[in-house]
Write a protein that binds this ligand. Structure first.
Ligand code: F6R
Length: 597
């Protein structure tokens, strides 16, 4: 969480930093700030959005600067707690993303030796610590200071003593350098700098970089030399723009036909499924993920067990890392993560690796931390800026289907007919998503009717159950309406008690092996007064007799239909939040990438 940025070049730094911060705002939006070097260090900080910062910032000239957009962990959102933080003399400024775990101990020592603190943050120990170890050379002082720090960090540091230089370092928090024409950019992720350059250097863990007019020099924190590759990002800069849509979330929902086409491109042929990484032959698979990616993992379990007949466990990464998991070299652990930076998911896959298991990532963000932990399959969804995951989720579902088919064919568990059906279904999926989107007006009208509801239930069975969980999560995170997703077969074991006259229940009732049972569950909630919104196939003529409102998806293979239903649920959540006038792209208290525990 939090985004850090930096600029060093020939242009005025302030507008560039504001542009970078705006693009990184999805990482945190409690407060923001900048520091510019121009003889002295001039800072500007504000509580709230980057736009607030822009409105209060006076003219500050200077071609070198750093900036920060914050998601508060230590200390409330306020301009005092906003970054950059400075040392006592105001000659060193630091922006930090991560958590300094031993900050209390460090702060006590620094206060005892005379340092004066101005904020409640853990991050403020950094400029004071650098000041404490300052030996006339910023790089070596940062190196020295960091050797006393425990925790995670991506930092950018400037000092008035070395005016044309930015020192950066990372451990467990992402950091990338963009190489422009005689100018350099620093950011927490590539999406922020795409407009300025596509040539980047990804900083690795335990590395420190010095950026100045002479270029970039990267070494290890221990002082060892590091050869860095310049990578060219092939994402279209337009993909990180709103392109006329009112919200990134809506744009990203509408991008899904193209995204899924890209996810599948070149991966399905008459020879089978071609993926970026080998799939080892294992006894068991354990899927680790958080949030929306965890819901994709639940879907992964259904399809891998169905088509490859390999037992699959799906674990919430933050639980897995602390349960002393039983895991060994006969297991394949698959970490699913859009950002590739989720702290719990990274820690969980490391934990699994340390116990000997084989590892695989399913990831969207290019160059993210998970790509350095294990072989990865890219979901190819492109930059996802809306905090609520949409296109990354459906692309994860598509990749998991490919994994299931590939494992099934390697183990000869899937018949040729099944494989052909799935391959044919996947080839049609983009067109079918487009049809769902063409019907967005109907979903919008339906969402409008329910925008005033104060509670929702979502139910599904089989592969539609993870969709029900995801539909509920999408709705609650952007509309703030309490929503519960559950397996419809569980109704009588508890959730039925929540049904009252008029409560909206979204029932995913596409045609599959448990369709009849789903109709039974719909009857149960209807009998107790619920208003049911059914998601059903286009050819289903029966459903209208059971539900109050129907949202349609094209007829599709039952293992592919959840992708289509998910798009309807995303649109539904979007429009409910829209009619409630919610901040859709930046929901309350959330940030896009959870890089702290
Ligand atoms: C919800 C959402 C989150 C993320 C979760 C994991 O819309 O986006 O629940 O899915 O924080 O993030 P990644 O996939 O980046 O590991």
């Amino acid at each position: 969480m939090c985004g850090i940025v930096g600029y060093l070049g020939k242009s005025e730094a302030v507008p560039v930093l504001f542009d970078l911060l705006r693009r990184l705002e999805y990482r945190g939006y409690d407060s923001a700030g900048i520091a510019i070097l121009n003889g002295s260090i001039q800072t500007s900080k504000a509580k709230g959005r980057v736009d607030n910062l822009i409105s209060i910032t006076p003219e500050i000239m200077g071609c070198t600067g750093i900036g920060h957009t914050r998601w508060a962990t230590h200390g409330e959102p306020s301009s005092e707690n906003a970054h950059p933080h400075c040392n006592c003399e105001g000659s060193i400024a630091v922006v930090h993303n991560g958590i300094i775990e031993n900050y209390i101990e460090l702060k006590d020592k620094l206060i005892a030796s005379g340092h004066k603190f101005r904020s409640e943050t853990d991050s403020e120990v950094l400029p004071h610590l650098i000041e404490e170890y300052y030996d006339g050379d910023l790089e070596s002082s940062v190196r020295n200071a960091l050797s006393h720090v425990r925790g995670s960090y991506a930092i950018a540091v400037v000092s008035t003593d070395e005016p044309d230089q930015i020192v950066i370092a990372r451990k467990d928090s992402p950091l990338v350098i963009g190489l422009g024409n005689n100018e350099h950019f620093v950011a927490s992720d590539v999406a922020a700098i795409l407009k300025h350059t596509k040539d980047v250097i990804f900083m690795g863990d335990g590395e420190i970089g010095v950026i100045n007019g002479g270029g970039v020099k990267v070494t290890t924190l221990g002082g060892g030399s590091v050869e860095k590759n310049i990578e060219t990002i092939d994402w279209d800069p337009e993909s990180a723009e709103k392109s006329g849509y009112e919200h990134f979330m809506l744009k990203e929902i509408f991008e899904q036909p193209a995204v899924i086409r890209e996810t599948l491109s070149g991966r399905i042929s008459s020879d089978g499924i071609d993926l970026d990484a080998a799939l080892p032959n294992v006894r068991r698979i354990v899927i680790l993920a958080c949030g929306t990616s965890y819901h994709a993992g639940l879907f992964g379990r259904y399809v891998i067990e169905r088509f490859a007949r390999i037992p699959v466990d799906v674990e919430i990464a933050s639980e897995f890392r602390y349960i002393d998991p039983i895991i060994d070299c006969g297991d394949l652990v698959i970490a699913i993560t859009q950002s590739g930076e989720t702290a719990d998911t990274l820690a969980a896959i490391r934990e699994a690796g340390s116990r000997g298991s084989q590892k695989l990532g399913v990831v969207n963000m290019l160059g993210s931390s998970i790509t350095r932990e294990c072989p990865c399959i890219q979901t190819r969804a492109g930059p996802e800026i809306g905090v609520a995951a949409t296109k990354s989720f459906t692309s994860q579902l598509a990749v998991l289907l490919l994994i299931a088919i590939r494992l099934g064919s390697e183990r000869r568990m899937i018949t040729t007919a099944e494989m052909n059906d799935l391959a044919a279904g996947l080839r049609q999926i983009s067109g079918n998503i487009q049809r769902v989107l063409n019907d967005a007006a109907r979903t919008r009208e339906c969402a409008k009717l329910f925008a005033g509801a104060n509670q929702f239930m979502f139910m599904g069975r089989g592969a539609n159950y993870p969709c029900a969980l995801e539909g509920a999560l999408k709705l609650k995170e952007i509309s703030y309406i309490p929503a519960e997703g559950f397996a419809a077969g569980e109704l009588k074991h508890g959730p039925l008690a929540l049904i009252y006259e008029g409560i909206p229940v979204v029932a995913i009732a596409t045609k599959d092996a448990v369709y009849e049972k789903m109709l039974g569950n719909i009857k149960e909630v209807k009998a107790r007064g619920a208003t049911v919104i059914g998601i059903a196939n286009e050819s289903d003529t029966e459903i209208e007799r059971y539900v109050d409102h129907v949202l349609r998806v094209p007829d599709a293979d039952p293992w592919i239909a959840p992708i289509l239903s998910s798009v309807v649920l995303q649109l539904f959540a979007y429009y409910v939040a829209y009619y409630r006038d919610c901040e859709i792209d930046k929901p309350r208290n959330l940030a896009k990438s959870v890089t702290v525990e």
